[in-house]
Design a protein around this ligand. Structure first.
Ligand code: C2E
Ligand code: CA
Ligand code: CA
Ligand code: CA
Length: 276
């Protein structure tokens, strides 16, 4: 038995060690990728249901590593956050978004581009300072950039976050609360949020018409949105039926595979010319 236990322990240790080693390797690669500026963005359209017109885009980070492997964001964003380097990555995404807006405008496509902002970004002096300077540096109005912040992060760090976000909003940046419905916003806080957009989390959209709770949450978000003048955007719209139900509930804008997947800038420009 002792021998067996030892073997088990040994096996367990080596697995933990292997996992830790993989993490270290991945983190080393990620740091290198940040230094090399190896990231790009995929742009996903947000569509006005009634007209099928393009309303805006969301920029999503993409990382193809030196071995040509595509790493999805859930494999490197969390890692970058834990390692305290997310703002170094995210500031590059902001630069890419500004560059994309310039290119889109040259092509006659004049819509905002949303970026994802981690709460750690807002805590970073450098990140916030850059956001303040970029509109002049790139000669692009900040009204073309929308900052998406998840509800959970925003509410957990409410006091710290509200000041910085208000500053950015006063500069002209648009602000959206992402994954809305998954957190625990109090009504008092919602009315004070320096944001103009609520994004209904995809988990509710997926269950629309299927579970009462999803329907209730969406109805509640629509009521809040109307009452307090938020624009409400549904994410993860995959079917005509979901779109139809969302429209019936009063939602006007959606994003999801039903309309388009996230695409590289060149594809987005081609897509825009044939789809809007
Ligand atoms: P998110 O901000 O909620 O982004 C929406 C995610 O849903 C994206 O995944 C998008 O590709 C995916 N999606 C879009 N339409 C559909 C659909 O119809 N069905 C389904 N099932 N999924 C859909 P992605 O690109 O893998 O990004 C995952 C998350 O990573 C994002 O969630 C966001 O929280 C984070 N992220 C992405 N880019 C950045 C970034 O530049 N900075 C930071 N801090 N976080 C980022
Ligand atoms: Ca988002
Ligand atoms: Ca989201
Ligand atoms: Ca999300």
């Amino acid at each position: 038995l002792a021998r067996k236990l030892n073997q088990t322990t040994y096996y367990f240790d080596s697995e933990v060690e292997q996992h830790a080693a993989q993490r270290v390797t991945q983190l080393t690669k990620l740091r290198q990728a940040i230094a090399n500026r190896d990231f790009h963005i995929a742009l996903q359209p947000k569509i006005e249901f009634a007209t099928n017109k393009l309303a805006s885009f969301e920029a999503l980070a993409r990382w193809t590593d030196s071995e040509g492997k595509m790493n999805p964001p859930d494999q490197f964003i969390g890692l970058a956050e834990q390692a305290g380097i997310i703002e170094l990555l995210d500031i590059q995404i902001v630069e890419l978004a500004f560059a994309a807006i310039i290119r889109l405008q040259q092509e006659g496509i004049n819509v905002p581009v949303a970026i994802n902002v981690s709460i750690r970004d807002l805590a970073s002096k450098h990140y916030v300072e850059q956001l303040k300077q970029f509109p002049q540096k790139f000669d692009v109005s900040p009204t073309f950039i929308e900052l998406e912040i998840t509800e959970t992060e925003a509410m957990k760090h409410y006091d710290q976050f509200i000041k910085v976000l208000s500053e950015l909003k006063n500069l002209g940046y648009r602000v959206a609360i992402d994954d809305f419905g998954t957190g625990y916003s109090s009504l008092a806080h919602i009315t004070e949020l320096p944001a103009e957009v609520l994004k209904i989390d995809g988990s509710f959209v997926r269950n629309i018409g299927k579970t009462n709770s999803a329907n209730h949450v969406i109805e509640m978000i629509m009521r809040l949105g109307n009452r307090f003048n938020f624009e409400v955007v549904a994410e993860g719209v995959e079917t005509e039926e979901q779109k139809q139900l969302l429209r019936e509930m009063g939602c006007h804008i959606g994003q999801g595979y039903l309309f388009a997947r996230p695409m590289p800038l060149d594809d987005v420009i081609k897509w825009s010319k044939t789809n809007t």
